[in-house]
Unconditional design. Structure first.
Length: 875
């Protein structure tokens, strides 16, 4: 039976299947990436094409509707210019609007509305006039009704919503496009919008020119757009209302979905919006571009949409071609790979399997001879190297066993000689040997710690038969810790002052028992000696200084007894001296307190007198300061008056100059009037001559005679008026001359006033300076008195402190006497203390000084000096 071409479990079949799957995955990824890249490229190209189409259509639509805005702007400028020159009337302006509407067939109406009295100021006279409302404001509204142009008055222009075409333009001062709305025209609801252009004069709003256009033509135009032969167009208002669409049913509706609102937000910012949307059960590519109508700030959105499947058709075709090529390539590659593997791989692998089976059965002497140096030949070489490594490991273990038998316990196999797992095998053997050696070393280490008194170390519990070692070490540690606790308990009791504690010697044997008994004897001796010392100290604490230590003491305890008895004797002598000195201090303190009391009363009287003097000086200082301030203010007022007077003099000089100029101008006017009188006289003569010539002409010259007569009358009237003006001018000249003389006199008088005020200013300045010097001197005197008062107050305080200190010293002497009275001393020590104490000395009179701190320091020094400094030092 022949073998099948492909065996299910062979390496070749598995590699063939794996290679086929891998090839399919690679071709699949290539197809997916190619499809994705081509799709993105097609989408980008299509969106770019749609943007260009949308921009082109938006430009044309904006241009068409912008023409209406341009016309409105032209009319607004025309009305504004004619208003400023008063060159038009309400009726003529209405006729201009009528002609514009008649020329534009796509317009439905045209109107204008002006602010109150902004057009001609005649609103009141036009109230309730034809084509006006009750306000009388200028308003015109032309529209087609049944094919005829009809003029009407505007209404609801001041109501938000209905009057947005006017209110929005008035508030923004910019052109406005009203949201599309339906309005019946010839009985048919027509979608329309209103374009409002403001009439501005600088920053002043005058009114609006409004053009109403139908959106039917725009709807037809947008509905016929077919981008890429399958697309559609859509025109939206700034709020999302459909102005034109391929679907006529959508026109006039407002789109409020989140996607549309996000798109409108980008359009309002002047950005192009591109997205994908599900419309009618399919995915569409949409591009919306911003569109502005004329100069209106509102942004409209013109969208171009095409089905996504139409754009992606080329990408899908490319995907199927790549998939077909990939499947054929994967199948061919798998078959060729299988045939190659059977010849080049399977035969050498069979030989390698045979060698591996021999090694696994423990035969390390197989002969391996590779016939080639490819990967399979290298596999056979690796099998030979593995066999050699196993033999080397066995030899190293035998060598280490012989070295340990010879007593070389630290010898280990060199694991670095063996690579990989062979090294781990050798290291494991070394670790096994280390574990046994480690137990021995731990025993030695713990015993060494116990030998130096470190009982913290523990022998780890060992498993199995090794447990006997760890148990023996634990018993040793227990006995050592027990004797250590006995010693520690006795030491802590001694440290706490309890020498009655004893150790339990019966709990130990041999040397441990002798150690505890010796410590108990030490505690007994210390307890007896310290009890005797405590008896002496209790007697001293109770005030009995006659008690002394007695008994047999040895060593340091004998020295302690002698020192304690000497201390008690010295203390008895010191207490006697203190009793004598306390009585002396008490008497001296009483005398000091009496003297300080008298000095304190005199110092307080002096301080009161200085306070009264200081108060009087403060009042005097205040009065002088007020006088100085008054003089200073008067000086400033005088300076101000001098400045005002000087300014008045300058003004009078200017008035004199002005009056002189007026006089000269009046003389010139009189001369001009004389010339006019002469011209009137000559005109009268000419009129007479003309009348004579007209009389000569007869009937033909009658009309000319009448004119000449009128001219003569006008000349006579001009002559009379000129004479009257001349008389008035001459009278004015005379009065101006008199005024100039009076003003000149006033100027001289003002100069004298300025000089007088300046003299007064100088005198007031001298008075102010003298008052200031007087105030400074009195203030210095006041400061001196204040300092004397403060010094006296300090002296009084120091005397009071000295008195209080003397009283305190007297009280403390009494307390000291009472304190030392509790001590019981021998009569011998009392007599010695009285002999050693000095007698009382007369206290010198204390002189009151301004330096209170120095006096206090001296007083404290006297009080603090002990009566028997040497005794206290020895104590």
């Amino acid at each position: 039976m022949s073998r099948p071409l492909v065996r299910r479990n062979s390496v070749a079949s598995r590699l063939m299947i794996g290679t086929g799957i891998l090839a399919l995955l690679c071709f699949g990824m290539t197809a997916a990436i190619s499809y994705w890249r081509s799709s993105q490229a097609l989408l980008g190209t299509s969106q770019g094409m749609l943007r260009e189409v949308a921009r082109h259509q938006a430009s044309e639509i904006s241009s068409d509707i912008g023409a209406a805005f341009n016309t409105g702007a032209t009319l607004a400028n025309t009305f504004r210019i004619q208003r400023s020159t008063a060159g038009t009337s309400r009726d003529s302006a209405a006729l201009v609007l009528r002609e514009q509407l008649r020329l534009q067939k796509n317009w439905l109406g045209i109107s204008t509305l002006w602010e109150p009295n902004a057009f001609d100021g005649h609103d009141a006279s036009n109230a309730n006039a034809p084509f006006h409302d009750a306000t009388g404001r200028f308003m015109v509204y032309w529209s087609y009704q049944k094919g005829e142009l009809v003029r009407e008055a505007l209404h609801s222009y001041d109501k938000p919503g209905e009057g947005d075409w006017y209110l929005a333009a008035r508030s923004s001062h910019a052109p406005v496009v009203i949201e599309p709305y339906y309005y019946p025209v010839a009985g048919v609801d027509t979608l329309m919008t209103t374009l409002s252009t403001p009439i501005m004069e600088g920053d002043r709003f005058l009114g609006t020119v409004n053009i109403t256009i139908s959106l039917d033509a725009l709807q037809k135009r947008v509905a016929t757009l077919r981008p890429l032969d399958v697309g559609q167009a859509l025109l939206l208002s700034p709020t999302g209302a459909v102005m034109a669409s391929a679907d006529a049913k959508q026109v006039g509706k407002k789109l409020t979905d989140a996607g549309t609102q996000a798109m409108l937000a980008k359009v309002r910012a002047g950005q192009v919006s591109s997205d994908e949307a599900a419309i009618g059960g399919g995915d569409w590519l949409r591009v919306f571009v911003p569109m502005r109508l004329g100069k209106a700030p509102e942004m409209f959105a013109l969208g171009i949409m095409v089905p996504k499947h139409h754009v992606m058709a080329q990408a899908r075709t490319l995907l199927w071609v790549i998939i077909a090529v990939g499947l054929l390539s994967a199948a061919l590659l798998s078959v060729c790979l299988y045939l190659l593997l059977r010849r080049q791989v399977l035969a050498p692998l069979a030989e390698a399997v045979k060698v591996s089976a021999a090694v696994s059965s423990g035969q390390l002497n197989s002969r391996i001879e590779p016939r080639r140096m490819d990967e399979l030949g290298q596999l056979l070489l690796s099998m030979g190297a593995m066999q050699a490594q196993l033999r080397a490991v066995i030899e190293a273990q035998d060598h280490m066993a012989s070295r340990h038998d010879a007593g070389e316990m630290s010898y280990r196999m060199d694991a670095a000689r063996f690579p990989g797992e062979y090294g781990r095998m050798v290291a494991g053997t070394n670790n096994l040997v280390d574990a046994h050696v480690r137990v021995q070393r731990e025993l030695v280490s713990v015993m060494s710690r116990y030998a130096v008194g470190d009982m913290q170390a523990d022998m780890p519990a060992l498993p199995g038969e090794k447990a006997a070692l760890s148990d023996a070490m634990a018993a040793t540690k227990h006995n050592l810790q027990a004797i250590n606790q006995q010693i520690l308990a006795l030491a802590q009791a001694a440290e706490a002052g309890d020498f009655s504690t004893r150790g339990d010697a019966n709990a130990f044997d041999h040397d441990f028992r002798s150690m505890v008994e010796g410590l108990n004897n030490l505690m007994q001796t210390t307890d007896t000696n310290l009890a005797e010392l405590s008896r002496l100290l209790r007697a001293i604490a109770a005030g009995d200084l006659t008690v002394r230590m007695s008994g047999e003491f040895r060593g340091v305890f004998s020295q302690m007894r002698d020192d304690a008895n000497a201390t008690a004797s010295q203390l008895a002598q010191i207490v006697g001296s203190i009793q004598t000195s306390a009585a002396s201090i008490k008497g001296a303190a009483s005398e000091i307190a009496a003297g300080n009391q008298d000095l304190s009363q005199r110092t307080e009287q002096q301080a009161a007198n200085l306070e009264e003097t200081a108060a009087s000086m403060e009042e005097l200082t205040s009065t002088v300061k007020q006088n100085a301030d008054g003089a200073r203010q008067a000086n400033q007022l005088a300076i101000g008056a001098a400045s005002v007077a000087a300014q008045g003099g300058q003004v009078v000089d200017k008035v004199v100059e002005t009056m002189s100029g007026i006089e000269a101008s009046s003389n010139k006017i009189a001369d001009i009037i004389s010339v006019i009188d002469g011209i009137a006289f000559q005109t009268n003569i000419l009129a007479l001559n003309a009348a004579v010539e007209a009389a000569r002409a007869g009937e033909q010259g009658r009309g000319f005679a009448v004119v000449a007569s009128e001219v003569r009358m006008l000349a006579q009237r001009s002559s009379g008026a000129a004479k009257e003006i001349k008389d008035l001018i001459q009278d004015s000249v005379q009065r101006v001359a008199e005024g100039s003389s009076l003003v000149h006199s006033a100027g001289e008088t003002m100069s004298e006033v300025v000089a007088s005020v300046q003299r007064v200013t100088d005198i007031m300045g001298e008075i102010s300076a003298a008052s200031q010097e007087q105030s400074s001197g009195i203030e210095q005197v006041n400061q001196t008195i204040t300092q004397m008062d403060e010094a006296t107050q300090q002296n009084a305080a120091l005397v009071e402190e000295a008195t209080a200190a003397a009283r305190s010293l007297e009280d403390q002497a009494m307390q000291l006497t009472e304190a030392v009275a509790v001590f019981k001393i021998d009569a011998r020590h009392a007599v010695e203390a009285r002999r050693a104490a000095p007698g009382p000395a007369a206290a010198p009179a204390v002189k009151v000084t301004t330096d209170g701190r120095a006096a206090t320091s001296r007083l404290r020094a006297v009080v603090a000096t002990p009566s028997n400094e040497s005794s206290w030092t020895e104590f």
